[in-house]
Design a protein around this ligand. Structure first.
Ligand code: GLV
Ligand code: GLV
Length: 322
């Protein structure tokens, strides 16, 4: 009998169809609404493989009940929603979707830099709300991106591609990472900086670290206080790397000048959230990797990993069990 695979969202049939030959695939009925956790727990009991979204909490409890489960393929590069250690103890393979989303995400994050600096979304609201009555010298005047200093915190694959884009804008690039990356320094003319040094020097502080115990809340009152008053904070990683109340305080007290956020501590964020009331905040609904081309590649990669696993081949993008 074919391995039984449960996908926690309804994906386009044209992605799934080629895999039905060798896999018995079922999907949650909804495309736009996450599977409810109780239903997922029930499905997990009999599934041999799961394709999960970042909206699912794949915790010890769920893994403990999943007696047949061999592999969890997460449709994201981040996998903080999965208890990887608990999976490892049960010999369950976890995979993610690196590489295929790197350039797409770097494009979006660089777009967020431009949008926040040059007030693009605010200016667009202004014109569509019929407020444009006169041209004036400082109408919607923002701040420059070119020739400024970008500080990238988390120089992974995506961080490096952001550095590459920054060089194209003649920016000076600083980075901070757990380990130095001399190849990246040569390739993108980026300079390693301590976290504090980066915070004090960067005009754009871009957070691209994975969410771990070490990075949770790393952007807080103290870090925002060290940044320039003119600095713009960009988050393309996970909302929980930031203490949002501290970010809000830093913005209203003008400790920093603006923020571009693709991720939030709680998603979806409520439209009444204090951060969303501020003109100097550009907010996006976690769309870093959301081009059609890339999302299709991510979906296919998840299924390809599962298909390979059950054919006894090595998966393409295993999550290393650090
Ligand atoms: C999205 O945030 C991802 O981790 O791919
Ligand atoms: C993480 O994998 C990244 O690509 O930055």
């Amino acid at each position: 009998t074919k391995p039984r695979i449960y996908i926690t969202r309804r994906l386009p049939e044209d992605v799934v169809a080629p895999y039905r030959k060798d896999l018995d695939i079922e999907m949650w009925s909804e495309t736009d609404v996450p599977v409810d956790h109780t239903h997922l727990q029930k499905e997990a009991v009999t599934a041999d493989g799961l394709v999960t979204m970042l909206t699912e909490n794949v915790d010890e409890e769920l893994l403990g009940k999943a007696e047949n489960l061999k592999i969890v393929a997460n449709l994201a590069v981040g996998y903080d929603n999965i208890d990887v250690q608990a999976a490892k103890r049960r010999d369950i393979q976890v995979t993610n979707t690196p590489d295929v989303l790197t350039d797409t995400t770097a494009d979006l994050i660089f777009g967020l830099v431009l949008a926040t600096a040059r007030r693009l979304t605010e200016a667009e609201r202004y014109i569509k709300e019929g407020k444009w009555e006169n041209w004036s010298p400082l109408l919607m005047a923002g701040t420059d991106v070119h020739h400024k200093t970008m500080g990238i915190v988390g120089m992974g694959r995506i961080g490096k591609m952001i550095a590459k884009r920054a060089r194209g804008f003649d920016m000076n690039v600083l980075y901070h990472n757990r380990s130095r990356d001399e190849e990246a320094e040569d390739q993108f003319n980026a300079s390693y900086a301590t976290f504090d040094d980066l915070l004090t020097k960067a005009d754009y502080v871009v957070c691209m670290v994975p969410l771990t115990r070490e990075t949770e809340g790393m952007f807080n009152k103290n870090t925002f206080r060290k940044m320039k008053n003119t600095a713009i904070f960009i988050n393309g990683s996970r909302g929980q790397t930031v203490i949002e109340a501290d970010l809000y305080e830093a913005l209203i007290h003008e400790d920093i000048a603006g923020a571009g956020l693709d991720v939030f501590a709680e998603e979806p964020i409520s439209k009444d959230h204090p951060l969303l009331q501020l003109d100097q905040v550009v907010a996006l609904p976690h769309i870093g990797s959301a081009s059609k081309e890339t999302r299709y590649k991510m979906m296919d990669l998840c299924l390809e990993n599962i298909d390979r696993y059950f054919k006894g081949k090595s998966v393409k993008t295993p999550v290393s069990n650090r």
